[in-house]
Design a protein. Structure first.
Length: 581
């Protein structure tokens, strides 16, 4: 078997493979690369020693059986016999479901999660989006401090378990999206700097030195990240990637890493004959991310729309601290603006940032499905002091209104696991750092962060306490009892309507027409012949919808269609979907 590693600063590189060692030779065709052959098979342990130093895991390791600090293991991807015949599911018309493997089930494994995929089929979603799977220290964590960007966290089941999960999902007709992190690596178990200039002090990020995308040596670093991304799509048959915090990718090249990645993914999609897509998380409000490369954009296929979330959250809860401040002056107006224009901040002034922010989105050129809409995500729930979901403070009726707005909006909807039944379990920030100093630093940092917002230390869960993770696991007995069962039925009905009514997947953002009353706290919008109305107030609302006849497609509370005067009488904290004409 051929072994190779990029170590441009090393004078000697030694391969340690099982009990044997051998010196690698420089590759004359590729500067900085070392290569050599040794007998190996699937599961063979190996590592590299640089200049007679300690044996380190392979930067391109496909498996870390003993965690980030252990030896790497060979993975023969040809050994797995795929069962599903899969032609893929495109992003237009999709409904995504964000899932954390470690808390979706009490077992916290990919195989256990695969056993629960039938629930998602019955719910009606099209894709399951897995939070990051790369190895990280310990057993439990969110996954955003991963290392070994080509490998699968061993406590989740390793590479074979991911293939079984994807295979089962595809058998059931579900696409699979994977969350990947290119903007930083975890602080523990990260040996990349010992191999080469994977990071640079040319730029700095919230996590320290930036990943090297534009300084000397960055060609190989970009190839490393590109290869990892394509491997998930090719070797594991993943259908799409969610790119974490792309605004933190410091890259001054004329052809950016993101443009290069989108080009490579589109090429691979043609080669494998199925749709593949990239969804960016971005704080930039820059439509160039999702504008085609032919039109001067980066060619990504979609991006998260936090403005819609923030506006909706503020309207539902009344919270107006932090970044919600920009939306709190007129919450329903903010929701209306995002429904019709995509962004709230489109070059306008942001009081939270103290400057203008964003760029206008051309609704005639950007399809609605290129923006993801949601009322809850792992970030927006887990980064609260106590990880409380909307269900901890809102009535079932208001939760139903949130679902109606998300699932009938002109965006690609995304749900956060458990949201669909108003889960009573929180989703808190938890870690399992094996380094005591790092563990204590994370614990203190978390408490300091929320102490600045008035929280007492004892009220902020200890991330290192196993009970914090345990509290965050879904309770699968809840969907069978009230009020959870009723909320779940409502989500299923809305997703069913989204599939039945073509107007609800119309990509034309400009076709959405919105009316609202800030004082009475109702909002209504039209998408083609479909009308959606939500009443966030406790009192009934009289909502003028016009004289056209309409019939009720779905209602949270019993409601009569508008009468001859075109006025809809909607109960408090309720919502309805109607079909006119």
């Amino acid at each position: 078997m051929q072994f190779e590693v990029w170590a441009p600063q090393a004078a000697r590189v030694t391969l340690h493979c099982e009990e044997a060692t051998r010196a690698l030779e420089r590759d004359p065709q590729r500067p900085g690369w070392w290569r050599g052959e040794a007998e190996a098979r699937d599961g063979t342990r190996y590592g590299y020693a640089l200049d007679d130093g300690p044996v380190l895991p392979d930067p391109r390791s496909r498996r870390q059986p003993d965690g980030p600090d252990g030896l790497s293991a060979v993975v023969d991807h040809e050994r797995y016999a795929w069962r599903a015949e899969w032609s893929g599911r495109p992003l237009p018309g999709a409904v995504l479901y964000e899932l954390h493997v470690g808390t979706y089930t009490r077992e916290g494994t990919l195989d256990a999660a695969a056993e629960r995929l039938g629930h998602l089929v019955e719910l009606g979603v099209s894709h399951v989006e897995l939070m990051p799977l790369c190895p990280f220290p310990g057993r439990h964590g969110w996954g955003y401090e991963g290392v070994s960007l080509w490998a699968v966290h061993e406590p989740y089941g390793g590479p074979e378990a991911l293939k079984r999960f994807v295979d089962r999902a595809h058998e059931l007709g579900l696409g699979v999206v994977l969350d990947v992190v290119h903007n930083h690596l975890g602080p523990s178990g990260n040996y990349l700097p010992q191999f080469g200039p994977y990071f640079t002090d040319t730029h700095h990020t919230p996590w320290g030195s930036a990943v090297n995308l534009d300084a000397p040596g960055s060609d190989e670093v970009r190839a490393f990240l590109l290869g990892s991304a394509l491997a998930w799509l090719r070797d594991y048959r993943i259908d799409g990637l969610r790119l974490d915090a792309v605004h933190a990718l410091a890259d001054t090249r004329a052809c950016t890493f993101l443009e290069e990645l989108s080009t490579e993914v589109d090429t691979l999609a043609t080669e494998v004959g199925r749709p593949l897509f990239l969804v960016a998380e971005s704080d930039l409000n820059d439509p160039r991310l999702v504008t085609s490369r032919a039109e001067g954009g980066l060619g990504l296929h979609a991006q998260w729309n936090d403005d819609f979330h923030h506006a909706l959250h503020t309207a539902l809860t009344g919270e107006d601290q932090g970044y919600y401040a920009d939306f709190g002056r007129s919450p329903l107006k903010s929701v209306a603006k995002t429904l019709t224009g995509g962004y709230f901040h489109d070059g306008t002034y942001s009081s939270f940032r103290g400057r203008h922010h964003g760029r206008p989105l051309d609704r005639s050129r950007v399809a609605g499905h290129r923006l993801l809409g949601y009322s809850q995500t792992h970030d927006q729930v887990g980064n609260r002091a106590q990880g409380d979901r909307l269900s901890a403070s809102l009535s079932p009726g208001l939760l139903a209104c949130a679902a109606a707005l998300v699932l009938t909006a002109p965006f690609t909807p995304m749900l956060f696991m458990g949201e669909e039944w108003a889960a009573g379990t929180p989703w808190q920030f938890f870690t399992d750092h094996t380094d005591p100093e790092l563990a204590e630093a994370v614990r203190r940092g978390r408490r300091r962060e929320f102490a600045a917002h008035g929280w007492a230390e004892e009220d902020v869960p200890d991330p290192q306490d196993p009970a914090t993770r345990d509290r965050s696991c879904l309770d699968w007995s809840e969907p069978e009892r009230e009020p959870h069962a009723r909320v779940l039925a409502w989500y299923r009905k809305l997703i069913e309507l989204r599939a039945e009514q073509a107007d609800l997947t119309d990509p034309d953002l400009a076709d959405t027409k919105v009316a609202y009353d800030a004082q009475e706290r109702w909002l209504a919008f039209r998408r083609g012949d479909v009308r959606v109305a939500v009443n966030l107030a406790e009192e009934p609302a009289a909502i003028p919808l016009g004289p056209r006849e309409a019939r009720v497609l779905a209602a949270w509370e019993p409601v009569e269609p508008p009468g001859a005067g075109g006025v809809l009488h909607l109960p408090g904290e309720s919502c309805v979907v109607l079909l006119q004409g």
